[in-house]
Design a protein around this ligand. Structure first.
Ligand code: GDP
Ligand code: MN
Length: 379
């Protein structure tokens, strides 16, 4: 789970990293009030979980509270790379003398963390990394050794950062480890005209597998997340493993591996999956009904593909689940079902007997995907 900039800022502050004074507001009026408290002139920053806000016009200076209100009105509601801005952060502006980049990221392939640092931070860091990789220092960090003060000083010196950035690097390491993050990034880390080292923008990605011991964000993540997709929230409330994608074929399968290959096969048939939904081993009527109702309420779905390989849960139980789900969910879009594995024949017979006009069966995964793609496009 990614945090918003203002949440990352709060964490940084707690771990002793200097950050500008700031407040969050969800309306232009409240932004104006915040600006008054912060001294009038502020930077108005869109809060969205994506980078490149500056280039998209989501980071703007405003010189007094009235201008802040106008600017906030412009930025709120703005679309940045598919994310709607619902909140802005008002930050006290700082005089920048130099912009740096620092981050730690989990490097799964090496089983280590990677410290990344550059003296050329700011909005063009991706370009710097692509065109002049030598300007970006990468240092492998042994997770058991961590980042000592000495190590941090070494990294700062080698990357051409000011000595004081070593403090940021050690504090940032503590954020990563104690908060169970997979990524912590500060861009830009700045030296101000007054010589202070300040984190001006931050990104933190938390490890969802550690939620059970990270009570701060609650078991379901931050209670207040205006960006969470409504469908994803509804699915999460029902305990479903659902991820919204941007295609048109709804996908239901049992087991993450099968669902992932189903997405590939659907894509291979020239259609785009609308979601990832793993009903897991249970596949009861209730789960099937919950899954179907979530998928059917996605307006971009034009056909649904149910792909089940019967193992411990036999296909007849899944077919029963589908039949009973059809009693509580009004099917409005074609459903292609492929049942294979344990008790497949009995499962198919159950669906045949039910004979719902919008339910079709296919015997192979490829055949079912082709048919679902066809129906999706015909809609
Ligand atoms: P991003 O585009 O989403 O990464 O947003 P940032 O928060 O990193 O802001 C983009 C750029 O705006 C930074 O690299 C800075 O150059 C500039 N910026 C942001 N806040 C301030 C500030 O307080 N003072 C000055 N001078 N520039 C700022
Ligand atoms: Mn940034």
């Amino acid at each position: 789970m990614d945090l918003y900039e203002y949440q990352a800022r709060e964490l940084f502050e707690e771990y002793g990293i200097l950050v500008p004074r700031a407040e969050v507001a969800d309306s232009a009026k409240r932004a104006r009030a915040s600006a008054e408290r912060l001294g009038g002139r502020v930077v108005v920053k869109a809060q969205v979980k994506t980078g490149g806000r500056g280039k998209a016009g989501g980071v703007k200076f405003a010189r007094d509270p009235a201008a802040v209100e106008l600017t906030a009105r412009q930025i709120l509601g703005m679309d940045i790379k598919g994310h709607t801005v619902r909140e802005v952060m008002l930050a006290q502006p700082v005089d920048i003398d130099a912009e740096f980049y620092v981050s730690y990221v989990l490097d799964r392939s090496q089983g280590r963390f990677l410290a990344i640092a550059s003296a050329e931070g700011g909005m063009d860091i991706e370009e710097v990394a692509a065109t002049r990789p030598e300007a970006v220092l990468r240092t492998a960090i042994d997770p058991f050794e961590g980042v000592s003060r000495e190590k941090a000083a070494e990294i700062a010196a080698a990357a051409g950062l000011p000595e004081a950035a070593a403090d940021t690097l050690t504090a940032l390491w503590n954020v990563l480890i104690r908060e169970d993050a997979l990524l912590v990034e500060v861009n830009p880390l700045v030296r101000t005209a007054q010589g202070q080292i300040l984190a001006l923008d931050g990104k933190v990605t938390l490890d969802d597998n550690a939620r059970f011991r990270q009570t701060r964000w609650g078991a379901q993540g931050p209670a207040h997340d205006p960006e969470t997709d409504g469908l994803e929230a509804a699915a999460a409330a029902k305990g479903l493993n659902y991820v919204k994608l941007d295609g048109e074929v709804g996908v239901i399968g049992n087991g993450a591996g099968l669902v992932m290959s189903t997405l590939d096969v659907v894509a291979g048939c020239g259609a785009r999956p609308a979601n990832f939904l793993d009903i897991g081993g249970g596949a009861s009527a209730q789960i099937m009904a919950d899954g179907l109702s979530v998928i059917l309420s996605d307006p971009s779905v034009t056909a649904v593909f149910v792909n089940v390989f019967g193992g411990i849960t036999a296909c007849d139980a899944v077919a029963d689940g589908i039949v009973r789900a059809l009693e509580s969910v009004r099917l409005t879009k074609p459903l292609v079902v492929r049942l294979d594995g344990n008790n497949a024949a009995r499962g198919r017979a159950i669906l045949d007997e039910r004979g719902h006009p919008l339910v079709e069966q296919a015997t192979t995964m490829d055949g079912a995907a082709r048919r679902a793609a066809e129906l999706a496009h015909a809609a």
